[in-house]
Design a protein around this ligand. Structure first.
Ligand code: IMP
Length: 194
């Protein structure tokens, strides 16, 4: 079966390919299209945004499509940055800046609970949709450490590793990540469907 990944992010495409191709799925992405497709992520939740992206592609190209939406929720900041994680404090600001501002906002805060959330939607041209969500609980560190991973990883302290996610090898992070958990749920669904 052919599955279309509704993203042009090469890292995401690789992660999906690594999981799905050994199972016999043939994977295509926005990078394989001749035309540029802009999809407005105007949902209010990770799940809604994942469905908006995948269902748009599924209907437009009459194909099974998968999409994900993810981000960081910080309890002491009313779950910010949440669905705005990529554009938090400005589209073009560096993560050094975003992370240092978060540390500043939480300077006197004892509740440092946070989580990464990833919702993966699989949508069919018929309009059938399914969403799978993975959550990784952590806490906001007191300083930035590590240079692996990306985004908010230098301030995401993960208790089982006793350090931030940016301080461990990427393949170790990818074994426990919110995206991995959601992907495993998707695989379970696809396996049961066969
Ligand atoms: P998306 O590509 O629209 O899902 O945006 C996800 C955004 O959430 C990223 O740009 C990061 O800001 C943040 N994010 C999601 N997952 C991670 C992660 O594993 N590490 C660090 N930041 C993440």
């Amino acid at each position: 079966m052919e599955i279309f990944i509704a993203t042009s992010n090469k890292n995401k495409v690789k992660e999906f390919k690594d999981m799905l191709e050994p199972k016999g799925y043939s994977i295509k992405s926005l990078n394989d299209l001749d035309e540029e497709i802009e999809i407005e992520e105007n949902g209010q939740t990770f799940e809604e945004n994942a469905i908006i992206k995948a269902s748009t592609i599924a209907k437009r190209f009459n194909i099974v499509a998968i999409s994900d939406d993810s981000g960081l929720e910080i309890d002491a900041l009313n779950k910010e940055p949440g669905i705005y994680s990529a554009r938090y404090l400005g589209h073009d600001t560096s993560y050094d800046y975003k992370n240092s501002q978060i540390l500043l906002k939480l300077k006197n805060e004892t509740n440092r609970d946070c989580r990464y959330v990833c919702s993966i939607a699989i949508c069919y041209p018929s309009g059938e949709n399914h969403v799978f969500t993975g959550i990784l609980e952590g806490s906001i560190a007191y300083e930035m450490t590590g240079s692996n991973g990306f985004g908010y990883d230098p301030i995401f302290y993960y208790e089982p590793f006793k350090t931030t996610l940016a301080n461990v090898p990427l393949d170790l992070k990818n074994q426990v990540s919110h995206r991995h958990i959601a992907l495993m749920k998707l695989l379970e669904y696809l396996d049961a469907k066969e």
